[in-house]
Design a binder for this molecule. Sequence first.
Ligand code: UGA
Length: 430
Amino acid sequence: MAAQRIAVIGTGYVGLTTAACFARLGHNVVGADVDEAKVAALSRAEVSLHEPALAEIVAEELRSGRLRFAHGLPGTLSEVDFVFLAVPTPTGNDGAADLTAVSTVLAQLREQISPRCVVVVKSTVPVGTVDRIVASLGRTTVVANPEFLREGHAVEDFLHPQRVVVGSADKHAARKVARLYAGTDAPVLMTSSASAELVKYASNCFLAMKLSYVNTLAELCEELGADISDVAEGMRLDQRVGSSFLTPGPGWGGSCLPKDTKALLSTSAAAEVDFPLLDATIATNARQAHRVTDKIRKAAGGALSGVHVGLLGLTFKAGTDDIRDSPALAVAELLAAEGALLTGYDPCVPTGRQVGAVRVVASPYAVAEGASVLAVLTEWPEFAELDWSRVTSAAPHPVIVDTRGLLPASKVAEAGLTLVSVGRRDRREK
Ligand code: UGA
């Protein structure tokens, strides 16, 4: 496909990855944002997101001239072939997605785009949004094109997607959007805008459901004397179950799963469809933070008031610097409410920062100093490689609670430390 002119509105991890990677695929792209300082920084190739390869691609494509950034809406909007909306759709007061940013951008761009320009909705929006945009703009060239990028793997997921989903009643416009991804060799699903919008929610909610299921199974394993890692392994071998999202943890979080589960619940309530499975998925996750807190309290000897608890990991998962809706912070909040004194370490959270009740220190060993309990809350691989004898020299010897099943049990035991795991019966716990 000949190079197309694309504007991407919003330069968060989705918008910036979309802009940079479309430039990498040969298109001419302008990334726009309302944050003037961010636009200035991006124009100097300064990328503040922790996203592998993204900064390099931004720098290369700025140099190639295929990528540039603009504050507000680009002045050249009338010349672009595609406008991608990649603005946030956070949870509103009623649990539904808040579409304020989408509406604001549409109101601004409607007079500026040319009749042939295709408006592409990348933001996660409730089913029916694209149809409403078609009606309000009075044009058919509006296409749903949900994103499936994982934070920490955004570039890899964009350039090697497992699928591209495009939905529109205007098949010509939908085909044009699908062709932009030529060079990524992904299967393309062309469908209605409603189905495309729902694929996104259906996928994220299914992943959340899988995790709530596995977190409860882990609890059951502890009671029955089974081992969740073996149980999950046995399940993974069945291709119908699939091999991923079967690792228990402190709960699922981040900027997507919590918001999308609430939004789909709100959509199904509005459609008068009962969705108890989704209700239970969300409730199970809220319960998980309490369950982890119970484990930490037990490890501390039964009470948390005045007890120093060290937290290993604060981000919502490894490989990202994102702490939005982090399960680690949900646990921290519960611990603090019971009077625990909290220090934390995370390779992606700056030292010296105060995150809620957590004072962020410079290393895992600094976290261990004086801690009665050390809790692994994010699965950063470096925590599996700690020098356990150094941890042991921190007084008093902390009990380790490993919520991610990450640590080498034998090495921790060799160092004389007590390990409390998730999903298997620990002798100390029973
Ligand atoms: C999620 C989806 O995976 C992406 O496909 C989607 O594009 C994205 O949301 C989005 O809607 O933008 P992300 O938010 O980056 O991606 O996070 P995930 O990798 O899905 O992890 C979500 C949570 O589940 C994390 O807290 C993680 O630690 C937890 N998790 C994941 C587990 O506890 N166990 C697992 O086995 C896997």
